[in-house]
Design a protein around this ligand. Structure first.
Ligand code: FMN
Length: 418
């Protein structure tokens, strides 16, 4: 019986273990997690979501404080159009975060950064350009474009000296999205270096509607695979979403994909950024504790634990501090939902404190504080990947343990920790 280690992901002469740890913002797929995947010969992702906040926490910078101070006068105003990111500060934060990660990299693998287009940051093109260029300047091995069609993202990097040397890939959930991307970028004469097909069982935002359950990863992968073959496009195809065991991965590799991208199993590791008490919530979850809902202001459905503190919370919009989802005209769907809920309490500050907003959530604040417990569909199986300790809690694993289990286990076997 074959295991993942019988396969290799090839980029030209470079050979990698075909396991990619997916990007998990905000700082859930940490530097430490990405570095472990690279050390073990695979690919790890950091995420550039809310990077100034992340560097504040990790490297003692003060970007959030500075921005909040700059726009303090606007806090009670629901028009956020003037709340902008300072592009110089953003560049500095991205370069610090990516640069320090890359400096610490050892081993034969690679570290990529996950860049979500939906983080429009009140100036979509300008901020995205800075994020992409900053990551390339700081020496990132590759960039995975996600959460959006990214029709213009390659053009934003076109003049960068590393545009043709860094690995650039895209996450899609349908052949149509890929065809659109390829058509829009044809004139740049620069194909993606890899294509990740993410199915409906993934964590985070989904590239499907609320009818996600009607879709299945395998046929989408097959359709994209046949399309690439018919167009004679030799681009490594990567499958993601619900690949829980080495055996699941082998089934995709045998069908012709070049690698698998996995994430949920790594939320149960020490290197993951989720706080230990939140990790225990993931372990404890049963299938009925997980839902796909529409509370993300991005408009994409998102999968999460039903007991996430973010659900129903009515905190005042925090755009002066964060504002990552402002659309370029100062709007975010949470502000609208908040104002609607505030309606009758508009002048009663005390009541507003206990406001419940069910429709949308202040995703920036809650992702920053690890209160939106986004997760993959198979999170309810995490408890089967470890041991229960005497105090009733579940043993958190090492990223190396999970990586090696994917790499060497066969069939549906899962190696339990010692
Ligand atoms: C906790 C969590 C957070 C995630 N955050 C992001 C993200 O910020 N951006 C993104 O493109 N994908 C995100 N994903 C998706 C993963 O990168 C990955 O493609 C997918 O979850 C793989 O499926 P699996 O979790 O079933 O292994 C997230 C997944 C999880 C579990």
């Amino acid at each position: 019986m074959k295991c993942v280690d019988d396969f290799r992901l090839r980029f030209g002469k470079l050979e990698l273990v075909p396991i990619i740890v997916g990007g998990m913002g905000v700082d859930i797929s940490t530097t430490e997690l990405a570095l472990e995947a690279a050390r073990l010969g695979g690919i790890g992702h950091i995420s550039d979501a809310m990077v100034p906040t992340v560097t504040d926490r990790r490297y003692d910078t003060h970007y959030v404080k500075t921005k909040t101070k700059r726009y303090k006068h606007n806090v009670a105003n629901s028009d956020k159009s003037e709340v902008m990111f300072d592009l110089g500060e953003l560049d500095e934060a991205v370069q610090m975060y990516v640069g320090r990660t890359m400096e610490a990299k050892v081993g034969s693998g690679l570290v990529f950064v996950n860049v979500m287009e939906k983080l429009t940051m009140n100036a979509p093109r300008e901020t995205l350009r800075v994020r992409l260029a900053g990551a390339l300047d700081a020496g990132i091995d590759g960039i995975t474009l996600s959460a959006g069609l990214h029709l213009g993202s390659f053009a934003l990097m076109e003049d960068h000296p590393r545009f043709r040397d860094a690995k650039l890939g895209i996450i899609i959930s349908s052949l149509r999205a890929l065809q659109l991307f390829l058509r829009k970028n044809a004139k740049l004469k620069r194909l993606p270096d890899y294509i990740i097909v993410e199915g409906p069982l993934a964590g985070g935002h989904l590239g499907f509607g609320m009818d996600w359950a009607k879709f299945d990863l395998q046929p989408i992968v097959e359709e994209v695979y046949q399309y690439l073959k018919s167009e004679q496009l030799d681009i490594p195809l990567i499958a993601a979403g619900g690949i829980f065991t080495g055996g699941d991965a082998v089934a995709f590799l045998e069908a012709g994909v070049a690698a698998v991208q996995v994430a949920t199993r790594f939320t149960a590791t020490r290197e993951c950024g989720l706080p230990p008490d939140v990790q225990q919530e993931y372990f404890k979850a049963s299938e009925r504790d997980i839902e796909v809902n529409t509370i993300s202001p991005t408009g994409y459905p998102m999968r999460m634990l039903k007991n996430s503190p973010a659900i129903g919370d009515g905190i005042r919009p925090n755009c002066e501090a964060y504002g990552y989802l402002l659309d370029g005209a100062g709007h975010c769907a949470y502000i609208t939902a908040y104002n609607l809920a505030l309606g009758p309490h508009a002048n009663a500050k005390k009541k507003a404190k206990h406001l419940s907003v069910m429709d949308k959530t202040c995703l920036c604040t809650h992702m920053r504080n690890f209160n939106c417990w986004t997760c993959g569909h198979y999170t309810y199986r995490l408890k089967d990947t470890t041991r229960r300790l005497d105090d009733g809690s579940y043993q958190v694993l090492s990223a190396e343990h999970v990586f090696r289990d994917y790499q060497f286990s066969t069939g549906q076997n899962i190696l339990l920790p010692d």
